[in-house]
Every structure is written in structure tokens, then in C-alpha cells.
Design a protein around this ligand. Structure first.
Ligand code: DAH
Length: 346
């Protein structure tokens, strides 16, 4: 039996020097240390040997097992290191310098960003400046300075996300529209003012195909001497034609917004049916796209603009509605669900 153990030992150690990779080493381990290996069989049989052999065979078999295990570990480390070096060396070989480079997948601008830029470009061409403002806003700018005091029924138009503030602090919120920037701009400049303000706005509302709790608006404001309602109409008519096509008709109707007087809503004739009535325009032939009006004298007074000297017009539109109309997108939630199948179409 001792003779047998010696044979196993020399054979196993001999074979070790010929192993070239980890797979072969694993086969070696199974052969000499596995459940069915001779050594394991011998170890199992030790208990049934006659007493005088038991001690010697047991000791020597266990010693062999320990030796083989140690060899196994050492060889595993060396082979691992060698495999790693092989991969590294292969990576360093330049295979074919004439191959074209691998294309890098390019992203693109989000459809909302594209729309913001397109609309801003139109107004920049008309002499407007682009400015941005805070999304976390004081109640004062979002409501009060725009003629919407705390108990004003117009507050019902805006479901608001309030920010928790310490008692005694002024109330703070996520802006429900971009109109507060009218006030901020007028507070820090004197007329002439011509600005457009793109940005995110927030409403605390259940979402559905036409409502999101976060969406974009673009606000516009022009204040100067001698600005009239004709300037408002001319500017917005020009804008509608540049955005929706030269043949567009526009319609202005009275509407109410506390910070303008008079207030209007502007509609364009439906680009699908041309005005005869279809599903897109709910059979009316017209599609409402924005709210506007002449800046209320009280708003001007609040920022120290003399309403006897200065007049102005303002407008605001929901941004996502435009690509929705243009491309027939039927659910606003698609814009902000990060689905590449949707986004990569633009
Ligand atoms: N801020 C209004 C809204 O969110 C839209 C609006 C209407 C803006 C009339 C204006 C305006 O500047 O003159 O519903």
C-alpha cells in the first residue's frame, strides 16, 4: 500500500510539469484528488485495514493528499498569471491598421430640447433675447406679482407643489408656469424688454395622455413705449407661420389671465383638415396653441414701470403640444419615460 502511494506521488508530480493551462490542471485535480481517485479510495479504506498497517498508511496517505493539494494551489496561481499575460499580449498586437475605426454610437438632442431651440431661434430672429429662471420659485413671483393674491380664484387653475418652509418664511413652490420670469426680468432691467423664457414647469396633477406633472413652457414678453395689441398679433402670427407653415391662419379670442388685460387665446387653423374639422381639432377646424395678452398695468406698476409711458404684451405656450401636433404623438408621457424606441425617432 505504501508502495502504491509512492507511485501515485511520483506520477502526479511528473504530470504537473506538462500542464499548460487551467483546464488541464482541473483534470489533473480530478484525477488525483477527486472522489474517484486512487488516493481517495485508499483514504476511505484505511479504517478497514489491519491495525498494524492502519497507522502508517493513514499518515502517509494524508500527507500525500496535503502535498498534492499544495501543488495544485501553486500551479493554479502560476497558470492564472500566465493566462492573464497571454490575453494582455494578444491585445497589444495590432491586427490590421487599414481597418476603418469602430463607429461610436452618437446620441442626439431630446425632442423637447430640439423644440425649445427651434422656437427660440424664431424669436431670436424677431429680436428677442433668451433667458432662463429658477424652477423653485417664491409664491410672490409665481402668483402675487402676477395679480393672483392668496384667495384669488385663479389659483384654482394651478395645482401646485408647495415646498416646506420654516414658519414665518415666505411660501415657496415649484413654478406652475414660466410667467414669474416676466417679473424677474422687469425688476432688473428697464425697457425696451424683449425676452423669451423656455423652461420646466410643474403641476400637482394626475397624469394622463395630455397631462404631465412636469412639462415645458415658453414665455414671451415685450415692453416698450407704444407697444400695441397689433404688435402682439403681428408677432404671434409671424411665429405661427414660421413654425407651422406659411399658409397658416390664426384666430384670436378673448380669454382670461389675471396678469394681462385684455387676454386672448390664439389658435391656428388645423393643419390636418385645413379648417373643415377632423379628429385632431375635435371637429372645430381650430387648434389652440397659446395664451397671451397686454401686460396688466398693475403688473407694470409693481416693477416700477409707468403704465402711462410703457405698454407691453406677453404670451405663454405649452411646449410639448407642438411636436405632439406636428408628429401626431398622442401621449405626452412618452416624452419623459426614457424609452429609446420613442426618443430615437426624432
Ligand atoms: N402662464 C399661463 C399658463 O400657464 C399662460 C399665459 C397666458 C402666459 C397668457 C402669458 C399670457 O404670458 O399672457 O397657463
Amino acid at each position: 500500500m505504501l508502495q502504491k502511494l509512492a507511485e501515485i506521488k511520483s506520477k502526479a508530480i511528473d504530470e504537473l510539469s506538462n500542464l499548460s493551462d487551467l483546464k488541464e490542471l482541473e483534470a489533473w485535480r480530478v484525477r488525483y484528488l477527486g472522489k474517484k481517485s486512487e488516493l481517495t479510495q485508499i483514504l476511505r479504506g484505511v479504517a478497514s485495514l489491519p491495525l498494524e498497517q492502519r497507522k502508517a498508511v493513514g499518515a502517509s496517505a494524508n500527507e500525500l493528499k496535503a502535498t498534492l493539494e499544495r501543488h495544485y494551489r501553486e500551479n493554479k496561481d502560476t497558470l492564472k498569471e500566465r493566462a492573464f499575460q497571454d490575453v494582455e499580449a494578444a491585445a497589444k498586437v495590432v491586427k490590421d491598421v487599414s481597418l476603418p475605426g469602430r463607429p461610436i454610437p452618437l446620441g442626439r438632442l431630446h425632442p423637447t430640447t430640439q423644440m425649445v431651440r427651434e422656437i427660440c431661434d424664431i424669436f431670436v430672429a424677431l429680436g428677442f433675447q433668451v433667458v432662463e429662471g429658477p424652477e423653485v420659485e417664491w409664491d410672490y413671483y409665481n402668483f402675487e406679482a402676477l395679480n393672483i393674491p392668496p384667495d384669488h380664484p385663479a389659483r384654482d387653475m394651478f395645482a401646485t407643489f408647495w415646498i416646506e418652509t420654516e414658519s414665518g418664511q415666505r411660501p415657496m413652490l415649484l413654478r406652475t408656469h414660466t410667467s414669474p420670469m416676466q417679473i424677474r426680468v422687469m425688476e432688473r432691467t428697464r425697457p425696451p424688454v424683449r425676452v423669451v423664457v423656455p423652461g420646466k414647469v410643474y403641476r400637482y396633477e394626475a397624469t394622463d395622455a395630455t397631462h404631465e406633472s412636469m412639462f415645458y413652457q415658453i414665455e414671451g414678453l415685450a415692453v416698450d413705449e407704444h407697444i400695441t395689441f397689433s404688435d402682439l398679433k403681428g408677432t404671434l402670427y409671424n411665429f405661427a407661420r414660421r413654425l407651422f407653415g406659411e399658409e397658416r391662419q390664426v384666430r384670436f379670442r378673448c380669454d382670461y389671465f389675471p396678469f394681462v388685460e385684455p387676454g386672448v387665446e390664439m389658435a391656428i387653423d388645423c393643419m390636418v383638415c385645413g379648417g373643415s374639422g377632423c379628429r385632431l381639432c375635435s371637429g372645430t377646424g381650430w387648434i389652440e396653441i397659446l395664451g397671451a395678452g397686454m401686460v396688466h398695468p398693475d403688473v407694470l406698476r409693481r416693477v416700477d414701470y409707468d403704465p402711462e409711458v410703457y405698454t407691453g404684451f406677453a404670451f405663454g405656450l405649452g411646449l410639448e403640444r407642438i411636436p405632439m401636433l406636428r408628429y401626431g404623438i398622442d401621449d405626452i408621457r412618452l416624452f419623459y419615460s426614457n424609452d429609446l424606441r420613442f426618443l430615437s425617432q426624432f
